[in-house]
Design a protein around this ligand. Structure first.
Ligand SMILES: Cc1cc2nc3c(=O)[nH]c(=O)nc-3n(C[C@H](O)[C@H](O)[C@H](O)COP(=O)(O)OP(=O)(O)OC[C@H]3O[C@@H](n4cnc5c(N)ncnc54)[C@H](O)[C@@H]3O)c2cc1C
Length: 537
């Protein structure tokens, strides 16, 4: 039997309820640990963390790092034997949410250290490397970064040009440059380089440690937001990296990078949940206080619609995010498609929600002495980094379609959801059938050429996300029988996800070609807008 998957199987129209029911819960002992960590983080942040100061100082602060370390918050996913908190994916995701709620910058700085740099050692390190490197990282004595991006290789990570050559003594000599690397000049940097064909080809993952000659950072980037994230240009000049600092098999380095990024996207999803929860609180407080036309803004229906939208979408996103984390904890190894869909939907919701809160707060939100504009600037990068969203849309759909190409449609069994949810479950069943037909149809029509059908792939991913959010909310609602307000929010979240999936499936079934790509190509030839109503000359 092949390993079970969730997101990927949805593209084939399949669903195994045993994967999602009961809706995943942390075990009670871990839940208690996580609750303690979150409380400790929140009280520390209330006393000692000021997002405006972080922005002015352009660094979260060594004292903040020390304070987080003291509270056991720097090595959340690192096993206890190496000094970490040993949290599951779900536990880690929950604390990531708390970081996001405090400050998007803090969540990114923590993400760089824990989800990227430390995670690469955790996933790729052998026992000796883990024992040697993880304790300092988990204790916050050292900070880690993850250096993949280069001037010529952003989304196309396989295009990296940094090279490593193996010397006869087994050490590697590294040359090249990386850009936009968080913690790129601190203590530990996991980086990736190509290996020449005469040495086996592929890529190698290397751990650089502070003090290695030739690892330099000539400058730091000024950025739109996230000023407290130390974002660096990095240059490698004949850096000699001992064989003991190679992670995994030489040749397989980018596999490690991809695995790290796949898992990191779960924390980015719940980090987004945390940021939006805070924004919601800010918007509720403001619209409840501010009066225009003789009443609080919150008294107007159009304001309520926007706030209600945030609550309902948060419920759907939270349900989906913790389902994906729970699947990873249940041993579903391939959560790449799930995590990609989650990252796309979470970060786009984050951006729209931030934009809407700015709108509701009005001109005040534009003022630099208020917290809103910083959050807006901070979060704009979320749909771009850790996989640009359009790249992830096509990536997830291609993974799903490769499953369909190999094994055909999959079986969907929707038993097990609460009986009161029958009507909603039937909608999911019908959409899964349409997913299988749409995927099969695309493969039949385009074969390998399907990779070029990006609009179709994006629509498939949109449909799969809609189905996944419905399944997540239905599983959550089946497992906890929410009542009152929560029941209404759950119904709304499920219905909105269903409507999005329907709309995407309708587009796929209509199959009407969009005129926009051809318009774009013509505009590229013209070099701009060629239809001035009132030409200057
Ligand atoms: C603040 C910040 C922090 C960062 N931190 C790190 C870090 O710590 N470590 C690290 O290694 N990197 C880091 N990065 C780099 C980040 O991961 C890249 O920005 C990201 O991978 C996208 O690459 P790019 O920006 O070069 O965009 P490009 O690859 O040039 O893509 C630009 C846009 O083109 C479109 N596009 C690209 N390819 C396709 C395609 N195949 N199909 C359709 N559309 C496409 C998308 O709309 C995309 O948004 C960071 C970047 C920033 C800005």
């Amino acid at each position: 039997m092949s390993a079970p998957t969730f997101g990927r199987t949805l593209f084939a129209g399949g669903l195994d309820p045993a994967l999602v029911l009961p809706y995943p819960q942390m075990d009670p002992a871990e839940a208690a640990t996580v609750a303690r960590l979150v409380r400790s983080l929140e009280s520390f942040a209330a006393e000692s963390y000021d997002p405006a100061k972080v922005e002015a100082d352009r660094w979260v602060g060594d004292d903040v790092i020390a304070g987080l370390a003291e509270r056991g918050l720097m090595g959340l996913a690192v096993p206890a034997e190496h000094g970490g908190a040993g949290l599951s994916h779900t536990g880690y995701a929950r604390v990531s949410e708390a970081f996001g709620r405090i400050d998007p910058t803090l969540s990114v700085v923590m993400g760089v250290h824990q989800s990227l740099g430390t995670k690469a050692v955790l996933l790729g390190g052998d026992p000796e490397q883990r024992a040697r490197l993880l304790p300092d990282l988990a204790a916050g004595r050292k900070l880690a970064g993850f250096g993949l991006t280069e001037p010529g290789a952003g989304s196309d990570a396989f295009g990296i040009r940094t090279r490593a050559r193996r010397r006869p003594d087994g050490a590697w000599v590294l040359n090249g440059e990386k850009r936009w690397i968080g913690n790129g000049n601190r203590d530990v940097l996991v980086t990736f380089a190509r290996v020449d064909d005469d040495q086996g080809g592929g890529h190698v993952a290397l751990v650089l440690e502070r003090g290695m000659p030739g690892w330099e950072s000539p400058f730091r980037y000024p950025t739109l937001g996230l000023s407290g994230n130390d974002n660096r240009h990095v240059v490698f000049r004949d850096v000699v990296v001992p064989a003991a600092n190679v992670l995994g098999e030489p040749g397989q380095g980018l596999r490690l990078a991809v695995s790290v990024l796949n898992q990191g996207r779960i924390g980015l999803g719940t980090g987004s949940v945390g940021i939006v929860k805070r924004l919601l609180e800010m918007a509720l407080a403001h619209t409840g206080r501010r009066e225009q036309f003789g009443r609080p803004l919150a008294g107007f229906e159009l304001v309520q619609e926007k706030l209600g939208w945030m609550v309902a979408e948060l419920y759907g996103l939270e349900s989906f995010a913790y389902l994906v984390a729970g699947l990873a904890d249940r041993g579903v190894r391939d959560v790449a498609a799930d995590a990609a869909l989650l990252k796309v939907t979470a970060t786009e919701f984050l951006w729209y929600a931030t934009n809407r809160v700015v709108q509701l707060v009005g001109g005040l939100a534009y003022m630099r002495d208020q917290p809103y504009e910083k959050i807006l600037r901070d979060v704009r990068i979320f749909p771009i980094f850790e996989g640009a969203n359009d790249v992830l849309r096509t990536f997830a759909a291609e993974r799903g379609l490769s499953r369909v190409a190999r094994r055909g449609p999959a079986a969907a069994d929707l038993r097990g959801f609460a009986p009161g949810l029958d009507g909603e479950t039937k909608i999911v069943a019908a959409q899964l059938e349409r997913m299988a037909a749409a995927s099969g149809g695309l493969l039949a029509r385009h074969g390998d050429g399907v990779a070029e059908r990006q609009l179709d792939l994006a629509a498939l991913s949109e449909a799969a996300t809609g189905v996944a959010v419905q399944v997540a909310t239905l599983a959550r609602r089946s497992s906890g029988t929410p009542a009152g307000d929560e029941a209404a929010v759950g119904r709304t979240a499920t219905a909105r996800a269903a409507a999005r999936a329907d709309a995407a499936l309708d587009r796929l079934e209509r199959g009407a070609a969009s005129p926009l790509p051809a318009i774009a190509r013509a505009a590229a030839t013209a070099g701009g807008y060629a239809f001035d109503l009132h030409p200057a000359a």
